[in-house]
Design a protein around this ligand. Structure first.
Ligand code: PLP
Length: 369
């Protein structure tokens, strides 16, 4: 095989250019009926509750914190095992990120560690579904309720995942999705925020467009819309040409998820028996969106090198984000995080990986590194 197997890919549906072109031809490219159609589809097809389409996953996280009322002096608990966006939005609100430990076996935030990090200043917990595998949402939500804390899910990896047969996007107070180029479903850049509370939903709806409610602020006789901005808003909405791309990419999303699952089943069945590899351990009360395929490996540098020699990318994803000085220095005593950092590795899983590719990768790993 001389094809290069990348760790990520960008999936563009064959219908995408037609749908996007229709929007371009219409010359109405900003937020309009395609955005609404995209939101409706997220709801009917994936059971995401009250999804608001936005221009990135990061803005979804930021808007969630904003309408949740997170402000200076508040503490927000999060894992360091994530992409920097999860932590930066907390700083944008001038609140304090408090890093909790993770579970070594799956990379998700640890319930026990959250318990230890809760103080009187804690206002929210952001949990990240690592690689698409849902966190312990039942326990986390119960704990949060007990302490009057909000739960915000960073579900950037978890579009289409379920927990106790409930869709990710209808469980916690806030759920944030990303439609960035390499995520499951892309709109180029884009995101969605699902909000349970109807009042908060309305607030977020207006704040995604400067704080103006597009539904009620209609043009007057003078031509301009009539509005009075009472609360600081943002320019966070999605546009119709991006929504058209998203609609095309959503069309056979469940079949694509199944393809990922088949490949992962194959990986698991074979890599399970290999000395030097320890698979992540998953519970069967939840279904991962399988955005990533990771495990623990011994002698990691040689493993990466060996696969690279055969045009296959194996990669660490991501290094703990508290290593960035903007967060004020490494959090001490994140024991599992440290262990996870030392041995985690991820190998290719995406739409362009065929069963044959997966078999090739498995054979190669079986030969040793
Ligand atoms: C991709 C990603 C984000 C940010 O999403 P964007 O759409 O790129 O802004 C946030 N959190 C995690 C865990 C991600 O993987």
């Amino acid at each position: 095989m001389n094809k290069h197997l990348n760790i990520y890919n960008t999936h563009i549906s064959p219908n995408a250019s037609t749908y996007v072109n229709e929007v371009l031809q219409s010359t109405f490219i900003s937020e309009g009926k395609k955005v609404k159609e995209f939101e409706d589809k997220l709801n009917t097809y994936l059971r995401i509750q009250n999804p608001l389409a936005l221009n990135s996953g990061t803005t979804a996280l930021h808007l969630a914190l904003d309408v949740a009322g997170i402000k200076e002096g508040d503490e927000v608990i999060l894992p360091a095992q994530t992409f920097v966006a999860t932590g930066l939005v907390i700083l944008q609100q001038k609140a304090k990120p408090v890093f909790a430990d993770i579970n070594y076996q799956d990379g998700n935030i640890s319930l026990e560690s959250i318990k230890q990090k809760i103080t009187s200043k804690t206002k929210a917990i952001i949990c990240v579904h690592w690689g698409g595998y849902p966190c312990d949402l039942k326990e986390i939500n119960a704990l949060a309720k007990q302490h009057n804390i909000l739960v915000i899910e960073d579900a950037a990896h978890a579009l289409g995942a379920t927990h106790n047969n409930q869709a990710i996007g209808c469980i916690s107070d806030y759920t944030c999705f990303s439609f960035q180029a390499i995520k499951h479903v892309t709109t180029g850049d884009g995101g969605a925020l699902a909000i349970k509370d109807k009042t908060k939903f309305k607030e977020a709806f207006s704040k995604r467009w400067f704080g103006i409610d597009r539904n009620t602020a209609t043009p007057t006789e003078l031509g301009e819309r009539s509005y009075n901005i009472e609360q600081l808003g943002y320019k966070y909405h999605l546009n119709d040409y991006a929504a058209a791309l998203g609609l095309a990419n959503l069309e056979n999303f469940k079949e694509r998820l199944l393809h990922r699952k088949n490949i992962i089943d194959l990986y698991n069945a074979h890599l399970n028996k290999i000395t030097g590899i320890q698979l992540f351990q998953y519970k069967n009360d939840r279904e991962s969106a399988n955005w990533l395929y990771g495990f623990h490996v011994e002698d990691r540098s040689n493993f990466i090198r060996k696969l690279k020699e055969h045009q296959i990318t194996a990669s660490v994803i991501h290094q703990r984000i508290d290593r960035n000085s903007v967060f004020g220095g490494l959090t001490k005593n994140l024991i599992n995080q440290q262990k996870f950092d030392n041995s985690q590795i991820h190998i290719p899983i995406h739409d362009a990986i065929s069963i044959e590719d997966a078999e090739y990768i498995i054979d190669l790993i079986k030969r040793g590194w």
